[in-house]
Design a binder for this molecule. Structure first.
Ligand code: FAD
Ligand code: NAP
Length: 522
């Protein structure tokens, strides 16, 4: 992010888009844009960018772009889809830039569309299978054929295909008088609840299975109505996932339903559209003078567990424009006797959110009433629990609400990592009043001798007897230490972007390797 000029906030941009001003310079006309034409509009004062086949005149948006003009200019006069997806594929540009739409590309742009699907119907099963299980032989027969077809279509993605070939996801369904069971065979040995995301609402069933950076999706409009509740059974050892739906009427279904575009596909997670479901706000409690704990309830038809270290996106309509921001779920409190299961009821998502007095999104969040709904996305993030599994020392550097990813991480480390000797949280805040869950952290430090917490204030009052300062090598060298020479250590860092960047540099200066540092970012 770069500092924006006054009057150039997102709210100001929304106001401008609603002012009726001609932002494309085409007086409301939509045109077909050739690649040659697009290339001509490559200057700040005349800048067109193509995203997913649609061309936008982004010149009026330049000064409002939170990432700065130079970032936007990297895609000037070209197809910026890949660049956009790398940086913030979750931003709802269609809504943000709708008044800047120039038209469509006349010739399809080279970059892949966002929700590109590598259809594997022929490898698996075409369309919806009837009641009977599909014979294993049909899959076997089709495998070599598809391999050939694949090579013809897209040789560069051979790795993806081989992965698919070896793993071989498939699904099936069957019924009784009152139940429909959809079974997904993943052949993934360490299947668990965090890898299965199911949503069933208004006759639409969506079941996504995560496998590292890829996901398998079953998505259909069900043939008949089902009741709201959905049960999910996971046979962890054999990787079988059952989604059990209750029929509303006890009638015999001839088919499961109509497939959606990406039904039965196994593709990179980043190539899927972010999926949102509406969650109800059930409580909002104060954590500090400006930070609140929001408790959201998932719909009955949703099965979703946000993995440790991952975030979700919240989406709300702010004066007619869809705004999206990431937030990292926490636990309802810091458990003193760490027990994994009891704090994950599978129904609630807790978010600790700082309300900024000039913040566009958090102001709107703060105005939500109990019972109101807000859209919550599937989880994202590049943290993997395996990074912690064999650790001896875990060091957490948090700045302000950068504390949020540390909450579940603390719980996971102290509960499940048996070789862990020390967990140290170094928590940077401006003032004493800003410290989140201070009491709970101090209690935990008393209770568990492996855990230690250090509060550092950048703007303390005279009464503060604790440590004072900003993140720096000298300060970190005092607190960031291994329990023994060459111990296996991970330092996790999260906070304002400059804080994180400076922290990483300091850690490197102190001799920590890239692999020993994890930064939480979007
Ligand atoms: P904004 O409108 O973006 O403004 C925030 C503050 O910054 C305001 O004071 C505003 O005046 C100032 N400001 C905005 N833009 C600029 C600028 N360009 N130059 C100078 N000042 C500016 N936050 C949490 O509270 N809890 C979480 O769990 C959490 N998790 C996150 C996870 C990830 C992966 C990321 C990337 C961020 C997370 N955040 C979290 C931050 C969150 O996404 C929002 O950025 C935050 O809530 C502010 O949103 P806002 O729209 O209210 O504020
Ligand atoms: P804050 O109160 O403004 O700052 C927290 C601490 O960080 C303070 O001690 C502050 O000191 C210091 N700090 C701020 N800017 C700094 C800089 N440029 N250099 C060095 N130290 C700096 O923090 P906040 O408002 O809670 O913001 C938290 C941030 O964390 C947000 O930007 C949010 O996006 C981010 N976050 C990210 C994730 C993620 O997963 N990526 C998750 C949660 C939150 P000063 O007195 O110097 O300001």
């Amino acid at each position: 992010q770069v500092p924006l000029k006054p009057g150039r906030s997102l709210m100001d941009w929304i106001r401008l888009t609603k002012s009726g001003k001609d932002l494309t310079g085409l007086k409301g006309r939509l045109v077909e844009v050739t690649e040659d034409e697009l290339a001509k509009h490559n200057k700040k004062e005349d800048c067109w960018i193509c995203i997913r086949g649609f061309v936008y005149n982004v010149t009026p948006y330049m000064e409002y772009h939170p990432g700065g003009e130079d970032e936007l200019m990297k895609a000037a006069g070209t197809d910026g889809t890949d660049l956009f997806d790398q940086v913030h594929r979750w931003v709802n540009y269609e809504s943000m830039l709708k008044e800047c739409l120039v038209g469509r590309m006349a010739v399809k742009p080279v970059a892949a569309p966002k929700a590109q699907c590598y259809f594997i119907d022929c490898l698996l099963f075409v369309g919806m299978v009837p009641e009977k299980k599909v014979q294993a032989s049909s899959a076997k027969d089709l495998t070599p054929r598809l391999k050939f077809k694949y090579v013809l279509i897209c040789p560069k993605k051979l790795y993806f295909f081989l992965l698919l070939y070896f793993l071989f996801y498939s699904y099936d369904w069957f019924q009784t008088d009152c139940l429909i069971t959809v079974v997904i065979y993943t052949k993934q040995k360490d299947m668990n609840a965090e890898l299965v995301i199911v949503d069933c609402q208004d006759k639409r069933l969506r079941g996504e299975i995560i496998m590292d950076d890829y996901s398998y999706l079953v998505e259909v409009d069900l043939d008949h109505a089902v009741s709201e509740e959905v049960a999910v059974n996971i046979a962890e050892k054999i990787g079988k996932v059952e989604i059990i739906l209750k029929k509303k009427d006890n009638i015999h279904w001839k088919m499961l339903g109509q497939p959606w575009g990406c039904h039965n596909t196994f593709i990179k997670r980043t190539d899927r559209e972010l999926f949102y479901r509406k969650c109800r706000l059930v409580s909002k409690t104060e954590v500090t003078h400006d930070t609140k704990l929001f408790c959201l309830m998932l719909p009955k038809g949703t099965h979703l567990r946000v993995p440790t270290g991952q975030h979700v996106y919240l989406k709300q309509n702010i004066t007619g424009t869809e705004a999206v921001k990431p937030y990292t779920p926490v636990l309802p409190f810091l458990p003193l006797d760490f027990q994994e299961a009891s704090h994950h009821d599978g129904v609630h998502i807790y978010l600790m959110i700082k309300i900024y007095s000039c913040g566009l999104f958090t102001q709107a969040l703060d105005h939500l009433q109990i019972g109101d709904y807000i859209s919550v996305s599937n989880p994202e993030g590049n943290f993997k629990k395996s990074q912690v599994q064999a650790l001896e020392d875990l060091i957490l550097l948090a700045g302000g609400t950068g504390f949020t990813p540390m909450v579940k991480l603390l719980n996971f480390a102290l509960t499940e990592v048996s070789c862990l000797r020390t967990v140290k949280l170094i928590f940077f805040n401006k003032t004493e009043d800003d410290i989140l869950w201070r009491n709970q952290l101090e209690q935990l430090a008393l209770k568990d001798e492996r855990f230690e917490v250090q509060f550092i204030l950048s703007q303390p009052t005279k009464n503060w007897v604790g440590k004072q300062g900003k993140i720096s090598s000298s300060l970190l060298s005092e607190f960031v230490k291994r329990s023994r020479k060459d111990s296996k250590v991970l330092v996790c860092i999260c906070g304002p972007t400059p804080f994180t960047e400076q922290g990483i540099q300091c850690l490197k200066d102190l001799g920590y390797s890239q692999e020993e540092i994890h930064a939480f970012t979007a």
